[in-house]
Design a protein. Sequence first.
Length: 380
Amino acid sequence: MSQKVALITGITGQDGAYLAEFLLKKGYVVHGLKRRSSLFNTDRIDHLYQDPHTRDRHFVMHYGDLTDSTNLIRVIQEVQPDEIYNLAAQSHVKVSFDTPEYTANADGIGVLRVLEAVRLLGLVERTRIYQASTSELYGLVQEVPQKETTPFYPRSPYAAAKMYAYWITVNYREAYGMFASNGILFNHESPVRGETFVTRKITRAAARIALGLQDKLYLGNLSAQRDWGHAKDYVEAMWLILQQDKAEDYVIATGVTTSVREFVRMSFAELGIEVEFSGKDASEKGVIIDRDLEKLEALGIDPVHIKLGQTVVKVDPAYYRPTEVDLLIGDPTKAKTQLGWEPKYGLDALVSEMVLSDLQVMRKDAYLKAGGFDTFNYFE
Ligand code: NDP
Ligand code: GDR
């Protein structure tokens, strides 16, 4: 049997990197679409890179953008993919309020461009399409836990664009018989999660505070609740969705929800630092109330930076969203029964992996600082 060929848009992102690795292990030839950038933007996939002069390459990158139809048509024609994973998007909910038109173009119409390219190139029979849909579609709570039949109520330009993307995918499936499926994925994180999403912002800051590189972490809505899983588990679900006999849409989630506040507590606790919250709304703060000296020592952290009574978390309303999604908790029953999908990571393991990875990363900054070099943190 010939090797399967996959095209991943958004390959330089968190999910793109995990999925590329997953598909390469399965023996696929993986093509990826990356945007031109004035700086290198391939950190997450550099370990997969193959020199263009290598014969029989399994990993090939193409310049492209979801806002450019002719580019997408050319790349898809060249690659002739068996499977397209459309992961590219302006994926930050808060930023979508600042760039609503661009977000609609890339996240909404971008999907239409991919679907049309496949149709116009006569690849409907050959190419299966996965669309990266999102739990943000559920927005304002209508029902919990949220499942495939729960009504949508988008609460941001991002979610509204993804709602168009969801339905145009369903429409092309019904109108043209395409194998096109939505994975409605709840939040999923990892050590390579973008640094401005809340989990990574927290694990990064906890590591920096422990190493004396930063005093405080400013956050927005501490009461928001999310169903957080691990990206590694979720890319497996994407693949399973495209291996079915029939194209359908699936919720992918853990079924457990946790507040941002609790995620903060868990992250500091992983480092042997106990944080307690007091106050309300914008005056709420998190203070160090205890430290586990044995744990700190085992992790090589100097307790001098961890002062009892020190405020390490404050609220900055600048991080509030004009309209918020308060509670997400998914019901993955359909994925479990039909796909045989089961997440391997619980929240404890996810937090632990992220915090310990950031501790490693931040140690580099600590060495630089100790050597007299300035380090700059954009996220304080
Ligand atoms: P990231 O933000 O980490 O990655 C997004 C990717 O899309 C990056 O490779 C980015 O390129 C690329 N991209 C952005 N705009 C364009 C464009 N106009 N043309 C081409 N490429 C573009 O997101 P994740 O990996 O976390 O998420 C993957 C997908 O899944 C997204 O569509 C997201 O909306 C969706 N999703 C994510 C969830 C999550 O919890 N992670 C949950 C549900 C859905 P660059 O690196 O150059 O910025
Ligand atoms: P989300 O993820 O909006 O759910 O979208 P994010 O981590 O940005 O926010 C989660 C919740 O935390 C609250 N919050 C903060 N968020 C950020 N980014 N920064 C803060 O300082 C902060 N303080 C509190 C937010 O208000 C929110 O309630 C992610 C993205 O990956 C989407 O692309 C994806 O579709 C959804 O998950 C499922």
